[in-house]
Ligand binder design. Structure first.
Ligand SMILES: Nc1ncnc2c1ncn2[C@@H]1O[C@H](COP(=O)(O)OP(=O)(O)OP(=O)(O)O)[C@@H](O)[C@H]1O
Length: 220
């Protein structure tokens, strides 16, 4: 069963001048253990699609299923809870808090869990992305690739089913990008999670189990 599915999703944005149909009857799914890469020209609807998959926005019409459950009509609080427990996010510019150490950044999304093993899981994840010797470094004491690996560790702290990555290698040189993608691929298999990434980066496409191309709001 797909861990995330969009069924016949339409997204319209109403501006003063016009109505833009950013997604036109989009069907999409991702399975556990699979990396799906969404590509397409600028303005084709990739971010809009990622916002639907990440439960950050709601469709105008159509349905969204998470682990087979229809969550289309969930309210904001319910979607926030699903996001927190099921989804991890990685962004192009890392989004780490500069005042916190690597370990504290990784722990942050699990702060309201009373689970005492939080710190241990954070250091274990950092260990697994090769940063066991950088636990107390702040982001400015880390390279770009290391910062992205901290962000990947952070995205996994709540043991999500889906990792969403928005241009995860966009700010990295080719070699560093490769290291990060190798890391994501390994964790995808170990944790049996679905990875959905949007990108312009051809290097990332090479790591995809499946490529979904979107043009002018239509999945090709
Ligand atoms: N909040 C919004 N209000 C109005 N129109 C929007 C809004 N967000 C996106 N759009 C429009 O929807 C279409 C799809 O935008 P989207 O950001 O999803 O494209 P994209 O493929 O991610 O582009 P890029 O690769 O340049 O980031 C575009 O025509 C865009 O102008």
């Amino acid at each position: 069963m797909s861990v995330i599915q969009l069924r016949d999703v339409v997204k319209r944005y109403n501006t003063e001048a016009e109505t833009i149909e950013a997604l036109k009857n989009v069907d999409f799914h991702a399975n556990r253990g699979e990396m799906v890469v969404v590509t397409g020209p600028s303005g084709s609807g990739k971010s809009t699609m990622l916002n639907m998959i990440g439960l950050l926005d709601t469709p105008t019409t159509g349905e969204i299923f998470l682990d087979g459950r229809n969550i289309t009509d969930f309210d904001e609080d319910e979607r926030t809870e699903e996001r927190r427990s099921q989804l991890g996010f990685v962004f192009q510019d890392f989004h780490l808090l500069p005042m916190l150490t690597a370990e504290e950044n990784v722990e942050l999304p699990s702060m309201w869990d009373t689970d005492v093993d939080r710190r241990e899981r954070a250091s274990d994840l950092l260990e697994r992305v090769g940063l066991g010797d950088r636990l107390t470094h702040t982001p400015d004491e880390l390279s770009g690739g290391q910062q992205q690996r901290v962000a990947i560790a952070r995205s996994l702290i709540n043991e999500p089913d889906i990792l969403l990555a928005d241009e995860p290698t966009g700010n990295l040189d080719q070699d560093t990008g490769k290291t990060v993608l190798d890391e994501i691929t390994r964790l995808k298999q170990e944790e049996n999670i679905a990875v959905v990434s949007i990108t312009h980066d051809e290097q990332l496409v090479e790591y995809a189990d499946r490529v979904v191309r979107i043009v002018d709001g239509v999945v090709q």
